[in-house]
Design a binder for this molecule. Structure first.
Ligand code: SAH
Length: 349
């Protein structure tokens, strides 16, 4: 494997068959993760960027088979945050040193373009030094444009799986990989710093599907790539499927860092949920972003995408403190600031 890893390190790519070996071969990952960490240090040093995650609503018109807040889950207790709620989360976050706010939610028709644009403008007026990231699912080109003009800087929309047939098995009729991918290319063209990504170990996923995911990302060239293990939710049609593994997720994080050296890659909450030190291990395998929760404590448990989600009981300040200790325990440090992706131009200077 060493020869393969060295070649990936210097060329940033391998053949499909070679990538498959790194995903599923029998080997000790130490050298692999160290190589990913070396690339990360080359571009980003030991800094870790913070994003304050505000979960604005768990109403959703979609019915993704893996997701706990899917429309058909009538056990989900629904909530949505008002403009004032969201602004107070930002106030709290700003105090704690956050300079990026991520507004994420189910596809909730309450948040019309007008309402969203007003919220975005208010945040940017009050905190012009902060980036606003949206993660609100599939919307129209018009809508993406309006929210960008209102000041939104970034958009996260995981492609979930690049394989059309696999996508069809994870989603109901009426949702398509084609539309999701179209949204991603539109977001990029409009000028958003765009994030995509996928779940590792989702039902019916093959290792070949994961190679397709990496190939899709090479086409899209997103600034951010978020991945995490699929985690079972008891009240979904996939309740009998096992969760993805720590091992495979970490291997994919390392692959991403070596194939996309300048990408912003979070050590996700899902990674921290399947293993107590999952996020620390993610950082050591190439991740350089963490997204602590800034949502009001009263609604945290309700944004219930998967079982046993961590950090649903603590105040934002506690979460930040806990993460800071975790990050420093593995030799990295939090960087305050917007934390934009570096581009090839900057990297060459
Ligand atoms: N409505 C938004 C936000 C979705 S939630 C959108 O469509 O983009 C953010 C991410 O959580 C999803 O993109 C999905 O990859 C992940 N997710 C959902 N259910 C999950 C589960 N059961 N296990 C792991 N990740 C899950």
């Amino acid at each position: 494997m060493k020869e393969l890893i060295d070649r990936l390190y210097s060329a940033g790519d391998l053949s499909d068959g070679e990538i498959l070996m790194l995903i599923s071969g029998e080997y000790d990952e130490k050298y692999f993760f160290e190589s990913a960490d070396k690339v990360r240090r080359k571009y980003y040093g030991t800094g870790v960027y913070l994003r304050g995650l505000i979960e604005i609503s768990n109403y959703c018109k979609n019915d993704c088979l893996y997701c706990g807040i899917r429309r058909s889950n009538d056990k989900a207790v629904r909530y949505r945050l008002s403009e004032n709620d969201i602004l107070s989360c930002c106030d709290n976050g700003y105090e704690l040193g956050f300079r990026t706010f991520v507004l994420q939610g189910g596809e909730d028709a309450y948040y019309t373009d007008d309402i969203m644009c007003q919220i975005i403008k208010k945040i940017k007026d009050k905190y012009p030094d902060c980036a606003v990231t949206l993660s609100l699912g599939e919307r129209s080109l018009e809508s993406y444009k309006k929210m960008f003009s209102a000041g939104a800087d970034r958009y996260l929309l995981r492609h979930e799986t690049a394989d059309f047939e696999h996508y069809g098995r994870l989603h109901p009729d009426g949702m398509s990989a084609e539309n999701r991918q179209r949204c991603l290319f539109e977001l990029k063209r409009i000028g958003y710093q765009t994030g995509s990504g996928f779940m590792v170990g989702s039902p019916y996923q093959t290792d070949e599907n994961l190679v397709e995911d990496l190939r899709f990302l090479q086409k899209l060239q997103p600034e951010m790539i978020g991945i995490g293990p699929y985690i079972t939710h008891k009240d979904t049609p996939f309740s009998e499927f096992p969760s993805g593994t720590l091992k495979k997720t970490l291997r994919l994080v390392a692959l991403l860092r070596l194939m996309f050296p300048m990408a912003l890659i979070p050590a996700t909450t899902a990674l921290g949920t399947i293993a107590p030190n999952g996020r620390e291990l993610g950082l050591c395998a190439g991740a350089n972003v963490v997204m602590p929760n800034l949502s009001p404590v009263r609604t945290r448990k309700l944004y219930d995408l998967y079982d046993n989600k961590i950090c649903t009981g603590e105040e934002a300040a506690e979460c930040r403190g806990c993460l800071q200790r975790r990050i420093e325990s593995v030799g990295y440090e939090i960087i305050c600031g917007r934390g934009d992706a570096i581009t090839r131009k900057i990297a060459q200077n």
